[in-house]
Design a binder for this molecule. Structure first.
Ligand code: SF4
Length: 365
């Protein structure tokens, strides 16, 4: 640690002292990636030992029609008449779940474009229908950006929107839409999205209403190291207040088919470092997740030694990253996830959304 210039940070972590903005930036600038990873792994093992979580989930994006124009987005279509625009009917969306009646799914993860033409009832009926088909399934749906959009479009408060969705079956919020909290970057890459304060306020309200949520960070585009650390510290500050975040999820920027295609995608080394620094900075958020669709399977597996203890899940139908050029499969089986965790020398545990263990995968999986 001394040779890596990280002795002071090592000392602080041993003393369970909180890291500062300068510490976070030093971790990003330290040449010795393995030293940063070693520190993150120690924190990971303190909390979780070798345990590594994933779930049996299904992603759905019922509409990609969106009024926003985020520069990094390859998924949205601004006009419903655009050939690649789609909006599922309620029956089409419900069928995605019906046809998986034999799968032991525990979670449905739903995010959408900001579609100006759908009534609020579409989303409430969507949730009610899913609960009718599989009452036991956990509905993790709609980013804080969607909640803000619904509130503005349907002339409600953020809290009213959340309360009505909870009545219809909403169980938790995903962490998408956080991008980078710094105003400078937000103005440039996603100026028509709700700002960081509103994103965090909606998560604060959700936590008060009893929902657990996640928080993401889109990295590898025009953000500085300071802005990455600032983002982590803002998530940490809300967690101090509410304790409602379950996982911090770094999301790699993918450049294909969007307005930022001139930028390179983040390297594997950067991806490993971002996850490691997140583990070290977000000391109060229980889980650091590598979303393997975004990082690539091999990097996600390696990240299990760089602070990561969660690999998301089976996913099955992902469009957002695949429309941005992700070469990963669209889904994995729990047996595949289990094998890759074991091959990394970690212990695979299938969880539900709230981290209750539902299946301990035997070595033969
Ligand atoms: S990231 Fe979300 S809000 Fe932004 S353009 Fe894409 S779908 Fe719309």
């Amino acid at each position: 640690m001394k040779a890596a210039g990280l002795a002071d940070i090592d000392e602080k972590l041993r003393a369970e002292e909180r890291l500062t903005l300068d510490d976070g930036v030093a971790l990003f600038n330290a040449p010795d990636l393995l030293a940063v990873g070693w520190l993150a792994n120690r924190e990971r093992e303190k909390r979780h030992g070798a345990r590594t979580y994933f779930n049996y989930n299904l992603r759905l994006e019922p509409t990609n029609v969106c009024v926003a124009s985020c520069l990094f987005c390859s998924f949205a279509r601004l006009q419903p008449s655009d050939a690649a625009a789609y909006t599922m009917s309620l029956e089409q969306a419900w069928d995605k779940l019906r046809k998986r009646a034999s799968q032991p799914l525990t979670e449905l993860h739903i995010v959408n474009g900001l579609n100006p033409d759908l009534p609020f009832d579409y989303y409430k009926d969507l949730l009610r229908g899913f609960k009718r088909i599989r009452p036991e399934i956990h509905l993790k749906c709609f980013t804080a950006v969607e909640i803000a959009f619904f509130a503005d479009l349907y002339k409600m408060t953020d809290e009213q929107v959340l309360r009505e969705l909870i009545d219809a079956g909403l169980d938790s919020l995903p962490g998408g839409g956080a991008e980078i909290f710094a105003e400078r970057v937000r103005r440039k890459i996603c100026h028509d999205k709700c700002d960081a304060d509103r994103y965090l306020s909606i998560h604060r309200i959700a936590h008060r209403l009893g929902l657990r949520t996640n928080v993401t960070m889109l990295y590898g585009h025009i953000e500085t190291m300071e802005e990455r650390v600032d983002h982590m510290m803002r998530a940490r500050a809300l967690q101090d207040e509410t304790g409602g975040f379950q996982a911090f999820i770094p999301l790699a920027f993918h450049p294909d088919n969007n307005q930022m295609r001139k930028l390179p995608a983040p390297s594997a080394a950067d991806t490993l470092r971002v996850h490691a620094v997140a583990r070290l900075m977000c000391d109060n958020i229980p889980h650091i997740k590598a979303f393997w669709i975004a990082t690539g399977v091999d990097v996600a597996q390696t990240a299990l030694w760089f602070g990561v203890d969660d690999l998301d899940g089976t996913v099955q139908e992902e469009k957002i990253y695949h429309m941005a050029g992700s070469p990963t499969p669209e889904g994995m089986t729990t047996a595949q996830l289990s094998r890759l965790v074991r091959a990394a020398g970690r212990e695979p545990l299938e969880r539900d959304t709230l981290y209750n263990i539902v299946n301990v995968h035997a070595a033969t999986c």
